[in-house]
Structure formats: structure tokens, C-alpha cells
Design a protein around this ligand. Structure first.
Ligand code: PLP
Length: 360
């Protein structure tokens, strides 16, 4: 028998969570609030997809390996030199490629938990170890304690910080990221900004021009509503970009993803309007939680984590009404995470929750 790598053998088997939305029995009026995508399909993309569908080579040819036009536009959008931006088919692939390029057995990566756990697999498959630092409610990370933990790890080879954090919604300040990177030049500070467009604080992207050990991962899956097309990027120093480029597979980003990414950036006003709607929904849902005496954690993302008496029943009852939310009870007792969308989406969520008051 051919044996897999010993690091892969040691991983937990992949848990299949069915994506009910793709099943034939999915309801027409399904409201998908479980994976923090946009619950809405943007017309902006539908029209552009129609326009480009018949262009030469879109399907038959390999895509633009360097994604030059998109990278130029991303440079304008982020304010970061285009040479310091690398595109990937989703920020997940950016994070995974970074881990493959930098980690090896014997390394330890610090992660503030709870967090986005897909990242753990990218670390563990390289033979590196994870050190989880638990951040408890009300989710106010102690910066001195994080620095002490990085140091105690020798220092750690890398530290993974999602800002905003998923699923808790809190922010680690840009000053903290800058301080950690300056203090630990041999530690890669991996900043996951998947939800940064919804935050009230600035991105760390421009820090990569000064600090060679910061990588900032961003995505088109959340604010841009393009999760299905797979497009993400990271900003990093030239040294990191050149290293990761040795193993990056640029062929993986379809021209559909590149063109729609470009189109989204050139029409950012429409995206900004959507972001404003989502932020209004987030505030409104938070207010409803408070009025109903439910604990709800302040969020900088397009989602809200709230606490209920019977999370399993709440999730099942919502699903029966066609509303999919994420049960986070195993991670944080009593907690449910709901993606925020338009005012109508929030109205529907609130109306359903009101009907199941006995479970709240
Ligand atoms: C913190 C975080 N990072 C990355 C991702 C994945 O993003 P992408 O679709 O760009 O791979 C997610 C998706 O849920 C996320 O929550």
C-alpha cells in the first residue's frame, strides 16, 4: 500500500458538511447565512458574465498566469505596489501556499482561537505544530500576553491573526500587528483580512512595504460576493512574493474570476453600497438581540455571533424555514453565527427567531 505523508496521516479525516444549497431539494427562497458569503447574487456580475461569456479563449485557453490587469487594479484599490501583490484562487490557497513555502517540521505557529480552522490544515500538513491561544468572551485579546507567547515559542515561526476574527467578530488593531512584526522579525505575522471591508478600522496591507515579515491575505469571497468564482490575494514583501512565486500555480485563476474581480474593483461604488447595507443590518440585528436580552458580540465582519439557550433547536428550526445559520455551539457554548445581508434578509431572520422564542 502506498502511504500518505505522515503529516497527512496524522490529520483528522475530513468532515463532510453537506452544502444543502446545492441539493435538488433546496427551497427556492433559501436564505444562506451560514458561510459568510453574500446572501445575494449581485446583478453587477450577472451582466458582466453575460458580456464576457462569448469572448475568445475564456474557456479554451489557459488564463493570464500573472493576472496583470487585475493586479494593477488591486494596487490602486489597496494602495500597495503591484509587485507586492500575489493573486490566488481564493485567499485559502494563498494561505496554504504561504504555509508550504515557509513551514517545516519543528516549526510552531501561534493561532488566536477560536478562529478560521481551515488554516490549521495548511499548517499541520507541513509537519509544523500549532499552538492555540484561547481568547475568551468578551474577546479582548491581551497584546502583552500574545507577545509573550510568541517569544516563549522560541519565537514562533508564524502567528495567525484573523482581523476581524471569524467567528467572534473582534478586531486586533493595526498598531498591534505593526508592533508584533517589528518586535519579532523572525516570526511571520499572517494577517487574515477576509472581512476587512466591513470593519471600522484600516487594513494592514500597506505595512508590508515597511515590514518584510507581514503577510496580509484578502478575498473577493465576502464583501465582493464572489465566493463561487474563487479569487483572493495577499500583500507581502518582495522577498515573500518571490519565495511563494516559486511554488504558486498561477494557472488556477480562471479568466472569469479575473475579469469579474476587475469589474468589481472598477465598480466599487456598488460594492460599497452593499457593505453599507450589511453594516446597517449588523447594527440592527445587534439592537434586536439587546432588546431581547440575548448576548451578542460586537462584530467588525459581515456576521454576528449571538448566544441562545438551545442552539441546536434554533439552527434546526431556522433550517426548516429555509434559513441556514452556523451552529458554533461546539466552539463556543450556546453560540450561533449568522451572516448579515440586506434589510429584507435581516427582517426575515428576526421574524423567524421571534417565532421560536422558546429556544432563545
Ligand atoms: C477568516 C477567513 N479567511 C479565509 C476564508 C476563505 O476565503 P476564500 O474564499 O478567499 O478562500 C474565510 C471563509 O470563510 C474566512 O472566514
Amino acid at each position: 500500500m502506498v502511504k500518505p505523508s505522515r503529516f497527512v496521516s496524522e490529520l483528522e479525516p475530513y468532515k463532510i458538511t453537506p452544502q444543502d444549497v446545492w441539493s435538488a431539494g433546496a427551497p427556492e427562497d433559501l436564505l444562506k447565512l451560514d458561510w459568510n458569503e453574500s446572501p445575494l447574487d449581485f446583478d453587477l456580475y450577472r451582466d458582466e458574465l453575460r458580456r464576457i461569456a462569448s469572448e475568445r479563449g475564456m474557456v479554451a485557453w489557459y488564463p493570464d498566469y500573472l493576472a496583470l490587469e487585475l493586479t494593477d487594479e488591486l494596487s490602486r484599490f489597496t494602495g500597495v505596489d503591484g509587485n507586492l501583490i500575489l493573486t490566488f484562487p481564493g485567499s485559502d490557497v494563498g494561505l496554504e501556499t504561504l504555509c508550504r513555502a515557509y513551514l517545516e517540521p519543528g516549526d510552531t505557529v501561534l493561532a488566536l482561537t477560536p478562529t478560521y480552522e481551515n488554516f490549521f490544515v495548511y499548517v499541520l500538513q507541513t509537519g509544523a505544530k500549532l499552538d492555540k491561544m484561547d481568547i475568551a468572551p468578551p474577546f479582548a485579546p491581551d497584546v502583552a500576553a500574545i507577545a509573550a507567547r510568541i517569544e516563549a515559542l522560541g519565537p514562533a515561526k508564524a502567528a495567525y491573526i484573523a482581523r476581524p476574527n471569524n467567528p467572534c467578530g473582534y478586531m486586533v488593531s493595526r498598531d498591534t500587528i505593526e508592533m508584533l512584526a517589528a518586535r519579532f522579525p523572525d516570526t511571520m505575522i499572517i494577517v487574515d483580512e477576509a472581512y476587512i471591508e466591513f470593519a471600522d478600522e484600516p487594513s494592514c496591507a500597506s505595512l508590508v512595504e515597511r515590514l518584510p515579515n507581514i503577510v496580509v491575505a484578502r478575498t473577493f469571497s465576502k464583501a465582493f460576493g464572489m465566493a463561487g468564482l474563487r479569487l483572493g490575494y495577499f500583500c507581502a514583501s518582495l522577498e515573500v512574493v518571490n519565495t511563494v512565486n516559486k511554488i504558486r500555480n498561477g494557472k488556477n485563476i480562471s479568466m472569469f474570476a479575473q475579469r469579474l474581480g476587475l469589474h468589481a474593483l472598477r465598480n466599487y461604488g456598488r460594492i460599497a453600497a452593499w457593505i453599507a447595507d450589511v453594516k446597517a443590518s449588523r447594527a440592527r440585528f445587534g439592537e434586536w438581540c439587546r432588546q431581547n436580552s440575548l448576548t451578542c458580540y460586537p462584530s467588525h465582519g459581515n456576521f454576528v455571533l449571538f448566544k441562545v439557550g438551545r442552539p441546536n433547536e434554533v439552527c434546526s428550526a431556522l433550517k426548516a424555514e429555509g434559513i441556514y445559520v452556523r451552529n458554533r455551539n461546539a466552539m463556543l457554548p450556546g453560540c450561533v453565527r449568522a451572516t448579515m445581508g440586506s434589510r429584507e434578509h435581516t427582517d426575515r431572520l428576526i421574524a423567524s427567531l421571534t417565532r421560536m422564542r422558546e429556544y432563545l
